[in-house]
Design a protein around this ligand. Structure first.
Ligand SMILES: [Zn+2]
Length: 441
């Protein structure tokens, strides 16, 4: 059991700890910002096995500014494995810049420094709020990092008195990104595994109750507890946004792969697509019969990729090829990626260390790491555009199997994974520029 001691700094009414009126008319208290992120971290971790969280602040309403000595004592007595203190900074006095700073105690253990650096890198990757201080990965003599008997990090997640940070740190989206980054690091570091066995199918209004019940019954056959919310309408129309075992997804009758050359906020019913480089798709992409990218992403290393395609006849198929030329004639569209299910073989598709004919070696195995990924799948006449949170490629593959997909490819992941569905739970990472996307229709 990994025991996380988690504290939102200060209390709701702690003097001086709030955004200044000139930048935020509501003068949002620091504890409120800290608590919002801590709550999200707790909520995300709740879907993992093998982790327990002890909140050290007054997490109900922050009325009590719990003393630092009390916080440290509780964490030490509990035997926490890691202590994380969440704060927001001050000291810019209405100027610009600031960003995120991560601290540990100067003579802290190696583990503390490692946590600090990983958390900082993940937070920057997720939020883009890069620290412009001289040392964003810093050390300081904070009481809570000094007197705790386990690795400890204190995060300052942006400046409450920076004209540029405040409009960002007040948003829900920023808090979501911070929590996702923190949980990504914890899950990766501790190899936490997502809880299995329950599947809540949340159907939002569009498919008929009968269809939703059918899906739930199928899930039950595969050993899940499946429940259905909503879905009372008789008329079925696609695309629709659903949650599959906590993962946002868009179900569609057909798809269009394309290069949006910009963020998904401009495109409804869309997920981030396959691999891109130099602002161009670099995995196979055929759009409306036009070959936009002819080569597999590791073609230059003599490795093919798995390609999900549809013909003008409507037929859907999957093949492992290096070039679009090797696919059947009459393509309507094609999307290349990492093959899943029967096609799952990352090494065969070059998601490993590779050396090309010129002797240049590159390692492509980072695609397999525990991060957010997107998946394009097909089953029973429906395309599944799924956003998979915090999974390794192997976990994504296991998830595709559990959903009973007939064919599936994993697309790009890491900081580019994004979805723009109809519901707020399916709006993730909409500012990231994309050069390969898939729209459901
Ligand atoms: Zn603070």
């Amino acid at each position: 059991m990994f025991k996380l001691a988690l504290g939102a700094g200060h209390g709701f009414n702690t003097a001086g700890k709030r955004c200044p009126k000139e930048l935020d008319p509501k003068q949002t208290p620091e504890w409120w910002l800290n608590d919002r992120i801590a709550d999200k971290v707790e909520a995300l971790l709740a879907s993992y096995d093998g982790v327990a969280v002890l909140r050290l602040d007054d997490s109900d309403d922050g009325a009590d500014d719990v003393a630092l000595a009390t916080r440290v004592k509780r964490a030490n007595q509990w035997g926490a494995d890691f202590y994380l203190s969440i704060h927001h900074n001050a000291g810019i006095y209405g100027g610009k810049g600031g960003g995120i700073v991560a601290y540990c105690y100067p003579s802290a253990s190696k583990a503390s420094f490692s946590w600090r650096d990983k958390l900082y890198e993940a937070l920057i990757a997720h939020t883009g709020l890069e620290g412009n201080r001289s040392t964003p990965k810093a050390t300081a003599n904070h009481y809570v990092t000094r007197y705790t008997s386990m690795p400890a990090v204190l995060l300052e997640l942006g400046f409450m008195d920076s004209a540029t940070d405040v409009p960002i740190i007040l948003t829900e989206e920023y808090a979501d990104s911070c929590a996702a980054a923190i949980v990504e690091v914890i899950v990766g570091q501790e190899n936490l595994v997502r809880k299995q066995g329950t599947c809540t199918v949340t159907v939002r209004g569009i498919p008929s109750r009968g269809e939703a019940d059918k899906l739930a019954a199928e899930m039950a056959q595969r050993g899940y507890t499946a429940t259905v919310d909503g879905g009372e309408q008789e008329e079925v129309s696609y695309p629709c946004t659903v949650l599959l075992e906590g993962m946002p997804a868009i179900l569609a009758k057909n798809i269009v792969p394309f290069n949006p050359n910009g963020p998904l906020s401009n495109w409804n019913n869309t997920i981030s697509g396959s691999f891109s480089a130099s602002k161009q798709p670099c995995s196979i992409l055929v759009q409306d019969g036009w070959v936009k990218q002819r080569f597999a992403c590791h073609y230059w290393y003599d490795r093919p990729e798995s390609v999900l395609y549809r013909l003008t006849t409507g037929e859907v198929g999957i093949a492992r090829v290096g070039l679009t030329d090797e696919l059947p004639k009459g393509l309507r569209w094609a999307v290349g990626g990492l093959g899943l299910l029967d096609n799952y073989d990352p090494t065969a598709e070059g998601f490993c260390k590779l050396t090309n004919k010129e002797g240049k070696t590159e390692n492509f195995s980072d695609v397999l790491r525990d991060t957010d990924h997107t998946v394009l799948g097909y089953k029973d006449g429906l395309f599944y555009l799924i956003y998979c949170k915090s999974m390794t490629a192997a976990q994504v593959n296991a998830f595709a199997k559990k959903l009973g997909l007939e064919m599936a490819v994993m697309l790009d992941g890491g900081h580019v994974a994004a979805i723009n569905g109809a519901d707020s739970f399916a709006k993730i990472n909409l500012k990231q520029k994309q050069y390969y996307a898939i729209q459901g229709e």
